[in-house]
Design a binder for this molecule. Structure first.
Ligand code: PMP
Length: 388
């Protein structure tokens, strides 16, 4: 295992003079902290004997029921018995990988893909094959071709890991038209889909969330969800929704990994969902992030030199920028940090070291003026590099 590029960057990017377009930290200051504090005190007083005790490895039944309500917003009709609560969706991914992957197995992902998913697959000594995306996500034809090639090489794909909605890092979304085709390609190839969807409810341009892949494919998809972006990552509450036989294995894997999760965190989330106006909170988050996204896109448009391209995300936290031929985002980073702006170079999101001419820019954390300042600084650095 090697340290991820994002982790290594955090120390630099957290210096106050630097505008960090690197991390993906949600805006927890926007939460009703007073209310949450009262809710936690109430929970301890009223149910401390349960909340501070060990719990089951599958997770609290009340929370699992609430989670089904959350998933119904994306068209998923699920039973609480099929939900396994996890320590963020990161643990859900880790458990799925432990259950399915032996050393040498092959996982197919989007290219680029979520950096810490690559870390999980590397820890299982799996091999990763990546399929390029365009503005509508992966192309089902290219995915089928990759599955066919891998099978012909004698290493058929075991899993297809996808972040279909507001992808991290690319900010693109698998179009409604392609969703059925992607599921069909995976079904035909006998490949289980891992749908990782922490950003689905943070949509900025549409009235309704995208319909999840899992909504139309209950047996071929393991769905991973999280409250990290829609409530608070510090609570570390996520989940997996899996077909029965897979769910049983995930519970066993969770048991050996950690006995039980924080019952306290689970009950806080459950109580919050049942007693507070979460839908309103989500609306506020959407408005806040939409403004930040707009500010980033406006600044990119206003300041970036010709030849730089970027995606236009309909939700989530990230824009993916592509530099003109010959520029290397990793080599450029020390100069950008010198100019007091940080980003994540594209190479961390590829298993094979590709992505040198790309960078991830996140708009979730800095306030609007800082985003504008950061993009301007970055544009100057790139402009100078182009004239060298
Ligand atoms: N998947 C994706 C695509 C993510 O962006 C993140 C958070 N950065 C996670 C999973 C993990 O989130 P958590 O464990 O906080 O739920």
């Amino acid at each position: 295992m090697v340290a991820s590029e994002v982790r290594a960057l955090f120390a630099v990017a957290s210096r106050p003079e630097i505008v960090s377009l690197a991390g993906g930290m949600p805006h927890v200051d926007g939460l009703p902290l007073e209310t949450l504090g009262e809710l936690m005190a109430e929970l301890t007083r009223e149910r401390g004997g349960t909340a501070l005790q060990y719990g089951s490895a599958q997770g609290d039944p009340g929370l699992r029921e609430s989670v089904c309500g959350v998933m119904s917003l994306e068209g998923i009709d699920a039973h609480p018995d099929d939900v396994v609560v996890t320590v963020g969706s990161q643990q859900a991914l880790d458990l799925v990988a432990r259950v399915f992957l032996d050393p040498g197995d092959t996982v197919v992902t989007e290219g680029p893909t979520y950096v810490t998913a690559l870390g999980v697959f590397a820890a299982c000594q799996a091999r990763v094959a990546q399929v390029a995306m365009d503005e509508e996500g992966v192309d089902p034809g290219a995915l089928a071709e990759t599955f066919g090639r891998l099978a012909a090489e004698g290493r058929p794909a075991k899993l297809f890991y996808t972040v279909p909605t507001f992808q991290n890092p690319a900010g693109v979304t698998l179009s409604a038209e392609r969703r059925a085709a992607v599921s069909e390609v995976c079904r035909r190839a006998g490949v289980l889909v891992i749908e990782d969807n922490p950003y689905g409810l943070l949509h900025y341009d549409r009235g309704e969330p995208m319909r999840a892949l899992r909504a139309d494919d209950p047996t071929g998809v393991v769905y991973l969800g999280s409250f990290s972006k829609t409530l608070a990552p510090g609570l570390r509450v996520g989940w997996a929704l899996a077909p029965g036989p897979v769910r049983d294995k995930l519970v066993l894997a969770a048991e050996s990994a950690m006995l039980s999760h924080s019952v306290f965190s689970q009950l806080v989330v459950d109580r919050y969902l049942r007693t507070q106006p979460w839908a309103e909170q989500l609306k506020e988050f959407r408005e806040l992030y939409r403004e930040r996204r707009d500010a980033m896109l406006r600044s990119l448009e206003a300041h970036m030199p010709r030849g730089v391209r970027w995606t236009s995300p309909g939700g989530g936290f990230f824009v993916w920028a592509s530099l003109p031929e010959g520029l290397d985002s990793k080599a450029l980073l020390p100069r950008a940090v010198g100019a007091r702006v940080a980003y994540v170079p594209g190479t961390g999101f590829y298993a094979d070291g590709g992505g040198r001419s790309h960078m991830r820019l996140s708009f979730c954390y800095p306030p609007i003026e800082r985003i504008e300042e950061g993009v301007q600084r970055l544009a100057s650095v790139i402009g100078e590099e182009l004239t060298l």
